[in-house]
Design a protein around this ligand. Structure first.
Ligand code: AQP
Length: 331
């Protein structure tokens, strides 16, 4: 029997998880879990590249684990862990820093965006963030990295770094491929459909969090910014607001864009927005119930963390030993 391929992906606990995090990443992770060997991390070291509140980071790390499981990730089948519990990530990141060019990192659009948003704190960690991400991925000899569209550039850089390293030392790393969902690769802010829905920018009404109350979700969709005209039609250029809502509705209901266009032919934007809100509430309800159940059992969550760290470390340390012996030629 052919050996299962490996997946690595992670989300940083920089804010409450959003519908964007779910649709762009976690939903895919769940779908892939049976067919691959999966490593799903809570990448807390990435979250400290901007100023943060330590207590909130600790709280969110645990909440994020409960949400991963509530979304359908089974910790027995998948290795679920916290990045900082596996020191190999930091060590490999340092080595890879020495094989990554200043010019490459300067071209990263996320660095440019974050530097603008955090102009008073453009720290070196923000700049070398993609190198830590490369270490995260390469430590597990990953074949596939399911990410939203915004992270594609970082996965491409990871490939370049790995190829450069392998070109010098032989086949140390597997070269990973990005895996971007066809629908929902970039869920946009409901108040500004030209800007991504981000968990660190939870402005009033623009962002749906996975734990939001049904009435807040319905209100946010009711107030979502739409486009001129009144026809529900998929056209991201001309109708970015409606097209974003169509992506969300398509994921919640499993319907195609054509089916949605037929369903709302002759109806106004108001009916459509209401339907998207209701479909989102229906998607999130069971997930929220399971989350509440899990959060009442902190001991179980702590056990999952401990086991995940152990399983992840065993694999990560093997890759790191290979790196050390090839790169430094020491025993
Ligand atoms: N709006 C989105 N649509 C589709 N996919 C998304 N992802 C995030 N937002 C959307 C995907 O979720 C994963 C988590 O990414 P991350 O937390 O490591 O970093 P991010 O992409 O920077 O996420 P945020 O929410 O925008 O965080 P902040 O505000 O802290 O920077 C990735 O696979 C991402 O593509």
């Amino acid at each position: 029997m052919e050996e299962k391929k490996t997946i690595f992906s992670g989300i940083k606990p920089s804010g409450d998880l959003t519908l964007g995090s779910y649709i762009g990443a976690i939903k895919k992770w769940v779908e892939l879990a049976d067919s691959y060997n999966c490593y799903y991390a809570i990448v807390d070291m990435h979250a400290i590249t901007v100023r943060h509140d330590p207590a909130a980071l600790r709280r969110r790390t645990l909440e994020q684990l409960a949400l991963y499981i509530a979304c359908g990730l089974d910790p027995k089948k998948n290795v679920i862990f916290v990045q900082s519990h596996v020191p190999a990530h930091a060590e490999l990141a340092w080595v890879l820093n020495c094989y990554t060019m200043f010019g490459e990192l300067s071209r990263m659009t996320q660095f440019k965006d974050k530097s603008q948003k955090h102009a008073d704190n453009i720290n070196a960690g923000l700049f070398t963030y993609p190198v830590l991400m490369a270490a995260d991925i390469l430590l597990y000899q990953t074949d596939l990295v399911p990410v939203g569209d915004d992270q594609k550039q970082h996965v491409e850089l990871t490939r370049d770094i790995a190829e450069r390293f392998n070109g010098i030392y032989g086949d140390v790393f597997k070269i990973p491929e990005p895996y971007i969902p066809k629908v929902g690769a970039r869920i946009m802010n409901l108040q500004n459909p030209l800007s991504k829905m981000s968990k660190s920018e939870q402005d009033a009404g623009g962002c749906i969090c996975l734990l939001d109350k049904p009435e807040d979700i319905l209100r946010a969709f009711k107030r979502a910014v739409t486009d001129s005209g009144s026809e529900v039609r998929y056209d991201p250029q001309e109708k970015p607001g409606i097209s974003n809502l169509m992506q969300i509705y398509a994921v919640c209901t499993g319907k195609s864009f054509e089916e949605i266009e037929r369903e709302f032919a002759g109806k106004g934007y108001g009916d459509f927005k209401m339907a998207v809100g209701e479909a989102t509430v229906a998607l999130l309800r069971p997930l929220q119930e399971e989350y509440n159940r899990l959060m009442a059992d902190k001991a179980y969550l702590e056990d999952v963390f401990a086991e995940g760290a152990q399983r992840a470390s065993a694999v990560a340390e093997k890759t790191l030993a290979k790196v050390r012996s090839e790169e430094r030629r020491v025993g």
